[in-house]
Design a protein around this ligand. Structure first.
Ligand SMILES: NC(=O)c1ccc[n+]([C@@H]2O[C@H](COP(=O)([O-])OP(=O)(O)OC[C@H]3O[C@@H](n4cnc5c(N)ncnc54)[C@H](OP(=O)(O)O)[C@@H]3O)[C@@H](O)[C@H]2O)c1
Length: 281
């Protein structure tokens, strides 16, 4: 087992520390997830992002349990799936997530999508707060919430999500929402940080990679880290997991950051939060 990566930690508004760099498990098939998470932990990852929707929580939980790491050495995030917003359904889904992950306490539990057309997500947020209050999740937050969703839940409860996980990469830099998060004390996490791989053949990124003597993925991951974002790239290949994590010994210059900033074009690789409904992913 390699030492933990030298990832900085970011403090959530309730004092809990989250490692800024983690491992994403979306599209890691259930049959591959045990090996992939064992590999990630072996090479030093200590923050795993999963979700009931990904269909791999049981395998993720088994890999963490078998890793030999103490529970407090691994930061685990999971998410409430779309069909389970109603309060009792949310409580049951949260209990099942803990069971599947084989843990008594989650580090961070997020509402996966606001589902604003069909659910009362304010009530869902009130239920999420129970899980932090009873100590079964060290922190709670949201995913794919936009400004109006955030304002609605904060207005109703006075409590902001600790973190909002949103699609964010150089093609979709989300400057306004990140600024709002900062004002509201919400940490931003970037999902699909490599734009699912689309950025890795971008000529601007490839030029910078050559200039820095690093890979395209490493350059993009540095951009997230230097913007202060939590970043959770996914790969099922151990050598790419190692490569993606080898980003703590170099820095992009202000000029290199600005070149990547210039790629922003409001381009999504995933679903728009207003268009995800029951059954979608
Ligand atoms: N909250 C949400 O709604 C939401 C939505 C989407 C994602 N997420 C989270 O964010 C995580 C990351 O997003 P993502 O999985 O969509 O996309 P991503 O991390 O941006 O990109 C993953 C893709 O890039 C490839 N890749 C990774 N590292 C590489 C490297 N060094 N060289 C070449 N190719 C590389 C992977 O291929 P291989 O696996 O074949 O290496 C995979 O095809 C997810 O796993 C999930 O945990 C959350």
């Amino acid at each position: 087992m390699a030492n933990a990566l030298p990832s900085p930690a970011i403090q959530l508004h309730n004092g809990v520390l989250i490692p800024q760099f983690g491992y994403g498990t979306y599209k890691v098939r259930a049959e591959d997830a045990y090996r992939a998470v064992r590999d990630a932990l072996e090479v030093g990852y200590r923050h795993i992002d999963t979700a009931e929707m990904y269909g791999n929580e049981a395998q993720v939980g088994a890999a963490i349990a078998d890793s030999g790491l103490a529970r407090d050495e691994v930061f685990i995030t999971s998410k409430l799936n779309n069909p389970y917003h109603e309060p009792q359904a949310a409580r049951d889904a949260f209990a099942k997530t803990l069971d599947d992950l084989r843990i008594d306490q989650l580090d961070l539990f997020l509402i996966h999508w606001p589902m604003a057309q069909t659910t009362n997500y304010v009530e869902t947020w009130q239920t999420m707060l129970e899980f932090e209050a009873d100590g079964r999740s060290r922190a709670v937050g949201t995913s794919n919430f936009q400004e109006h969703h955030l304002r609605a839940i904060i207005d109703a409860t006075g409590v902001a999500p600790a973190l909002n996980q949103i699609e964010l990469h150089p093609y979709l830099a989300q400057r306004q929402l990140v600024q709002l998060h900062a004002e509201l004390g919400i940490v931003t996490a970037s999902w699909s940080p490599l734009a699912r791989g689309a950025l890795l053949s971008d000529p601007v990124v490839l030029d910078l990679a050559q200039e820095a003597g690093r890979s395209a993925a490493q350059v993009v991951i540095r951009w997230h880290l230097q913007r202060g974002l939590v970043v959770i790239p996914k790969s099922t290949h151990r050598e790419r997991m190692i490569q993606n994590a080898d980003v703590f010994d170099f820095e992009l210059s202000a000029q290199q950051m600005a070149s990547i900033d210039s790629l922003d074009q409001n381009r999504r690789v995933g679903s728009h939060p207003d268009r995800v409904e029951l059954g979608d992913r």
